[in-house]
Design a protein around this ligand. Structure first.
Ligand code: PMP
Length: 371
């Protein structure tokens, strides 16, 4: 078994003999004698599971992070993009040379554009203009046509999801069958792909010894898919939502009402509505996590363990620590490191920006970027 206890060593970890923290990609059937993969889609998923040393020491649990930032497009949303595309191809909704249209906070769009490039589709992406410059640039580099639109509530017809759907419909009116709207929030092929891949990997990598899974929700595909699959294999497993401030989902789970308070600098997570993907997520516990709790955790993770992850991963890590405290020492908790911190460089590692938001700035960051 290949175990990867931290980012300094790929060797065996005698302390965790039951955990396979790395994961082997399937071999290319056309080149069975070589461990080469045939295309970008095959490189999606099969991510290592990282033991998070400080969080584990703090709680007496094994806290493990699925390294989704290692996907080819840099985020967990490569899985969603691939799941949606494969489903649309099967249904005949996405035809050779077709146009993919999607509304996204960025990461799903990056996945769709790159997988689209490798499979012969072009991508038109609608996204709110509040998202990070780095994600917008990554989308353009990936070859997507990017339409930035004002961030408005979902009930407003100018919301990016409605604009994407309408644009897809207009392309199909002009040339029937030429475009496909991914609809990641309400297309449950998203959740199903996580059920079949992300959850199956977690189960295998922990040899089934997982006691809790926790993450935040944007579409809800990850939480619902992994939650459903783990519960079906092991009903006692605890599934938890770590929700950023400003999202209504934690309150919805705890009190049945979609009420939001505060705000967060995290991107791609939180919601004011219950999506089709989120709807049947089997959630036992839910917390609203302030940035003042999550951002220092991701700063420490980078400084002490070398993993550079984004804001949603900080919210997930905070949730993992809360879940570990709720379950008590000796449990194995899995969470998701969804994308890389470099995708938010100008916010997460910018002392002036952090101060303006009332988020603590570690001394090393101040020294790295003196004002
Ligand atoms: N983290 C990041 C960085 C994301 O981009 C997203 C999705 N927008 C999520 C987490 C949430 O994942 P899901 O859509 O599966 O709920």
């Amino acid at each position: 078994m290949t175990i990867c206890p931290d980012n300094r060593s790929g060797g065996l970890d005698g302390r965790l003999p039951h955990l396979a923290l790395t994961f082997r990609r399937p071999l290319n059937p056309t080149l069975p004698h070589m461990s080469a993969i045939p295309d970008l889609s095959t490189a999606v998923g099969h991510t290592p599971l990282l033991r998070l040393r400080q969080a584990s020491a703090l709680t007496g649990c094994e806290i493990l992070g699925k390294a989704e930032f290692l996907n080819p497009g840099g985020s967990i949303k490569d899985r969603t993009a691939l799941g949606l595309i494969v489903d649309a191809e099967k249904r005949g909704l996405l035809r050779p040379g077709g146009t993919i249209v999607e509304g996204t906070a960025g990461n799903t769009g990056i996945g769709l554009a790159l997988i689209g490039a490798s499979r012969g589709y072009r991508a038109v992406i609608f996204m709110p203009d509040t998202q990070s410059r780095e994600k917008i640039d990554a989308l353009r580099v990936a070859g997507a046509e990017v339409r930035l639109v004002p961030a408005v509530p979902f009930k407003d017809p100018r919301h990016y999801v409605h604009l994407a759907r309408a644009y897809g419909e207009s392309l199909n009116e002009a040339a029937p069958g030429s475009a496909w709207f991914g609809n990641q929030f309400d297309n449950t092929a998203n959740r199903d792909w996580h059920e079949a891949t992300t959850a199956a990997e977690i189960w295998e990598q922990t040899s089934g010894r997982v006691d809790g899974f926790v993450c935040s929700a944007g579409t809800g595909g990850t939480l619902a898919g992994v939650g459903r699959a783990l519960k079906s294999r092991k009903p006692a497993v605890q599934i938890a939502l770590s929700d950023p401030a400003g999202s209504a989902l934690a309150n919805y789970i705890n009190h049945g009402e979609l009420v939001a308070e505060g705000s967060s600098i995290s991107e791609g997570i939180g919601s004011s509505r219950v999506t089709a993907n989120f709807q049947d997520a089997p959630i036992d516990l839910a917390w609203s996590i302030p940035d003042q709790e999550s951002v220092p955790l991701l700063h420490e993770l980078l400084r002490e363990e070398g993993w550079c992850v984004g804001g949603s991963s900080g919210v997930n890590l905070a949730g993992a620590i809360r879940l570990a405290k709720a379950l008590g020492p000796g449990h194995t908790i899995v969470t998701v490191l969804s994308d890389a911190g470099t995708r938010y460089q100008a916010k997460l590692f910018n002392p002036a920006f952090l101060r303006e938001k009332g988020i603590p700035v570690p001394g090393w960051l101040d020294r790295a970027f003196p004002s």
